[in-house]
Each structure stands twice: as structure tokens, then as C-alpha cells.
Design a protein around this ligand. Structure first.
Ligand SMILES: Cc1cc2nc3c(=O)[nH]c(=O)nc-3n(C[C@H](O)[C@H](O)[C@H](O)COP(=O)(O)OP(=O)(O)OC[C@H]3O[C@@H](n4cnc5c(N)ncnc54)[C@H](O)[C@@H]3O)c2cc1C
Length: 468
């Protein structure tokens, strides 16, 4: 039997489940096909959520070990119960993924557990997760939201025992004495931080000259300094050429620009060199859906592929591979399919690294403005001069606001410091509303707040910060 819908969404991650819910809110009859056995995609199951749960737990451990005494809080002998830490993380994941199932029921989204394949532009065949014959669904629109997968590294095969992807690195049963992290991007630094805090000696090996590629250069240098002070070792402009696994892993590394090869030995290795679009088994070739040269599903600005009625959103179309970008694209595509005007502003997508301190950026970096020849004013304010940061004993870092020199419009902001990930959200709104640095500097901000760094940075761009 063939069931008919207005919309079938393939993939139940942040892109897919949000598209399904928004479309249902708009009155469409919607099915969402997910093969993982749980909703929430990479983000809730093996990405954002478990990593943040472990970052929080390991932060508490580090605070108890090194920070609380300065506040006059004495703790006795410290013990790590890693099994409990992992169990708590799993519980957080379970609660949130079942929460999405509840939302599907509430919004009458038909949840189909199985692997979907496009049999035609308006037909999705599903191999049910519990086995049995294929099921066929039809719809006038299909949204591909199948996300991404770990990018492999040649010569370093992931076995999830000693050579790990992020999925293995959020589920270790014991703390490795030494951990080599290949890739100094967000995932490498976050998970590297978790295991360093819990006692591992962490070495980050990065091919480029700096960590956090794509983020503001000044912030990235500052981040490296702080993380090195915390005990992480960095080897930049270094290439990993192979791995041998025995009792430990022997990584062959060599200078990127030529030179002698050497060996880095570690109990565990985390491969965190990026993610690639996941289109396996989707049948895109059969239907003629075009991919771009890097394998992402090619779409126009309305998320429409080259095949009428087939749309794509989230990690599988590339751009910032972030959950909130996927979610916003989910809302936009549902609105477009329902005949409304959905849109995502790519210039106002915050990127956050949940290390301690946090690192966050939005809009243009100074490097991008310089290379575009666009005149701008930069204002910077350090957390050492923020009263609340002093109270909290979290004074490392700064906020930087970038404004167009002619119009004073805010075009970017970059923050490294306590709760940078929360502070950046105000700038997202400012950019969306076309606010100027003057607007931000004249907005009354509550005292004592960490957010005063942002206000003062805006004022600094106009040459009139008060507290420095
Ligand atoms: C360790 C880690 C930490 C991260 N931390 C953050 C963070 O802090 N903040 C942030 O914004 N982003 C973070 N991300 C990135 C974030 O997880 C992704 O950007 C986001 O999940 C993308 O959403 P999506 O819906 O496009 O795809 P996914 O979340 O990848 O969802 C796609 C879903 O489609 C399903 N699927 C695939 N093929 C089929 C098929 N044929 N049939 C049925 N189902 C299918 C998959 O099983 C999957 O569940 C992190 C990622 C990782 C790995």
C-alpha cells in the first residue's frame, strides 16, 4: 500500500525534524523518515548534546580540582566516576531525543523508522528498521535532510577502539593517558578539552598554521595560548601520514612544508578532520539529483535541487555545518513548500566553541573585511575590566565588535571569554535588525553582567569605551 503526504522529510536531525514540525504547523500532512532508531540526528545523539554534557561534567571536575579552593570551597579527595559521567550524558541524550518524538506526536508528524531512498522525485521507499518488506510513501515535496558523517583520514583507519571518531571519543570507558587529536577545529578542541580535564595528556596536530580555521585570527591565536596554558600541546603545520596500532598507536607525522618524518605515540587518537555530506543509499543518482564537486547536494537559494519538488537542507548541503543553521533552514524550507517566504541570513549564523573559556564568532572576521577591502572600525574590550568577570574569577579573553566604517552597521563580532556562546546571541539580533555600534553602545545593559564587555566593545569601536 502507498501512503500519500504533502511532504516527506528524509532524516530526523535538527534540519529534518524542525522542517517536519514547521510544515505540520502550516497545515501540511508530513512524514519524517529516520533510520537511526532515534530522532535528533547527529546533534542530539552523537554531537552537540553528548559533547556538551561531557564538557559540563569535566568542567565541574576541573573546577573541583583546581578552582574552588580560591573561592574558599574545600573539597576532599577527588574521585572520577567516569561510568556515572557517561550514564548522565546518555540520560540527557535519551530525554532530549524522546522529547522530539513527543513533539512529532503533538504536531501529528508521521514518524517512520527506517532507511529512506528516493525511488522517484515524489516517491520514497523505506527499508523498515525492524526488517520486513519495503514501504512506499508518496508526496508532492521531499526534503533531503540526511546530514553528514565523519570525514576519514587516509592512512589512519578509525576502529573506534584506539583510533576514534567523535562518536567513539564521547563514549570511552577509561581516560587515556595520552590522546592525540588530529585536527584543531571545534570538535577536536572540545573533545580534547574533555579528556585533558579528566587527566589525559592531549596533543593537537593541525595541518594549517592556526587552530580554528575560519574564525577571527586574533581570537584563534588567543585561544591557542589559553588552551596551551591549560596543558594542551599543539603541533601546527604538521601532517599525519599514517598510523600503526599495537598496544599504543604510532602516528607518523611530518612537517607540512617538507622535512623529517617522526612518530607521535598515543594511547588513543581522535580523528577530527571534518565532516562530509551523507548521501549514501539515498538513490539520488537514480532520480538525477545533482551534487556539487565536493559531494554536497546542490540547491538554489530556496533549497530546491535541480529536480522539481526535491529540496535539501542542513549539513548535506554544506555551508556552516551547525545544528542551528540546519534548524533555520528546516523552518525556511517548510515555509517555502507551504507557499510562504522562508529565508536564512547566512551573515548572521553564530559559531561557538564550548571550550573554557568559550569562543564565539558571527558575521565577518577582520581578515575577511580586509581582503574584501571593506573599511571597518574594530572595538575591543577585555574581560579583565568587566566587574562580573572579576566576581566570577573568569577574566581571560575579550569581546570585539566590527562595524562598517561608513554606516556604523555591525558586520561581525568575535568573543573569547566566559559565556561567549551566550553573549554572541545579542549580536545575532543586532545584525538581523541592522543595528549600529552606536545602537549597541547606547542600549542599557544590566550590571554587573558579562555582556557589558559587548556594550563596551561597541563603544570602543567609536573611541569612547568607559571602563578602560
Ligand atoms: C561531536 C560533534 C559536536 C557537535 N557540536 C555542535 C554544537 O555544539 N553546535 C552545533 O550547532 N553543531 C554541532 N555539531 C554539528 C551538528 O551536529 C550538525 O550540524 C547537525 O546535526 C546537522 O543537522 P542535520 O539535520 O543536517 O543532519 P544530522 O543531524 O546529521 O541528521 C541527519 C539524520 O538523517 C538520518 N539519515 C541519513 N540517511 C538517511 C536515510 N537514507 N534514511 C533515513 N534517515 C537517514 C541520519 O541517521 C541522521 O539522524 C556537532 C557535531 C559533532 C559530530
Amino acid at each position: 500500500m502507498t501512503d500519500s503526504f504533502d511532504l516527506i522529510v528524509v532524516g530526523g536531525g535538527p534540519g529534518g525534524y524542525v522542517a517536519a514540525i514547521r510544515a505540520a504547523q502550516l497545515g501540511l500532512k508530513v512524514a519524517c523518515v529516520e533510520k537511526r532508531g532515534a530522532l535528533g540526528g547527529t546533534c542530539l545523539n552523537v554531537g552537540c548534546i553528548p559533547s556538551k554534557a561531557l564538557l559540563q561534567s569535566s568542567h565541574h571536575y576541573e573546577m573541583a580540582a583546581h578552582e574552588l579552593a580560591a573561592h574558599g570551597v574545600k573539597v576532599g579527595k577527588l574521585d572520577l566516576d567516569l561510568a556515572q559521567m557517561m550514564a548522565r550524558k546518555d540520560k540527557v541524550v535519551k530525554e532530549l531525543t524522546s522529547g522530539i518524538e513527543f513533539l512529532f506526536k503533538k504536531n501529528k508528524v508521521h514518524y517512520v523508522k527506517g532507511a529512506g531512498r528516493l525511488a522517484a522525485a515524489d516517491t520514497v521507499s523505506i527499508a523498515p528498521a525492524q526488517g520486513g518488506p519495503e514501504q512506499t510513501l508518496k508526496a508532492s515535496s521531499v526534503v533531503i535532510a540526511t546530514g553528514s558523517d565523519v570525514a576519514p583520514l587516509k592512512g589512519v583507519p578509525i576502529d573506534e577502539k584506539k583510533i576514534l571518531s567523535s562518536t567513539g571519543a564521547i563514549a570511552l570507558a577509561q581516560v587515556p593517558e595520552t590522546l592525540a587529536v588530529i585536527g584543531g577545529g571545534v570538535i577536536g578542541l572540545e573533545l580534547g578539552s574533555v579528556w585533558r580535564r579528566l587527566g589525559a595528556k592531549v596533543t593537537v596536530i593541525e595541518f594549517l598554521d592556526a587552530i580554528l580555521p575560519g574564525m577571527d585570527g586574533e581570537v584563534s591565536k588567543f585561544a591557542q595560548r589559553i588552551l596551551a596554558k591549560q596543558g594542551m600541546t599543539f603541533r601546527l603545520a604538521t601532517k599525519v601520514t599514517g598510523a600503526k596500532t599495537g598496544r599504543k598507536v604510532q602516528l607518523s607525522v611530518e612537517p607540512r612544508d617538507g622535512g623529517k618524518s617522526e612518530t607521535v605515540e598515543a594511547d588513543a587518537v581522535l580523528v577530527a578532520v571534518g565532516r562530509r555530506p551523507y548521501t549514501e543509499g539515498l538513490g539520488l543518482e537514480a532520480v538525477g539529483v545533482a551534487l556539487d564537486p565536493r559531494g554536497f547536494v546542490a540547491v538554489d537559494r530556496h533549497f530546491q535541487t535541480n529536480v522539481a519538488g526535491v529540496f535539501a537542507i542542513g549539513d548535506v548541503i554544506g555551508g556552516a555545518m551547525l545544528a542551528h543553521k540546519a534548524e533555520d533552514e528546516g523552518v525556511a524550507v517548510a515555509e517555502i513548500i507551504a507557499g510562504e517566504a522562508g529565508h536564512v541570513n547566512r551573515d548572521a549564523i553564530p559559531a561557538i566553541v564550548y571550550t573554557a573559556p568559550e569562543i564565539a564568532g558571527i558575521g565577518k572576521t577582520e581578515e575577511q573585511l580586509k581582503s574584501a577591502g571593506r573599511p571597518y572600525r574594530a572595538g575591543k574590550f577585555p574581560f579583565t575590566a568587566v566587574a562580573r568577570a572579576k566576581c566570577n574569577a573568569e577574566t581571560e579573553g575579550f569581546a570585539k565588535v566590527l562595524a562598517d566604517a561608513a554606516t556604523d552597521r555591525i558586520v561581525g563580532a568575535h568573543i573569547i571569554g566566559p559565556q561567549a556562546g551566550e553573549l554572541i546571541q545579542e549580536i545575532a539580533l543586532a545584525i538581523e535588525m541592522g543595528a549600529s555600534a552606536e545602537d549597541l553602545g547606547r542600549t542599557c545593559h544590566g550590571h554587573p553582567g558579562l555582556v557589558e564587555a559587548v556594550k563596551e566593545a561597541a563603544l570602543a569601536s567609536l573611541g569612547r569605551a568607559i571602563h578602560i
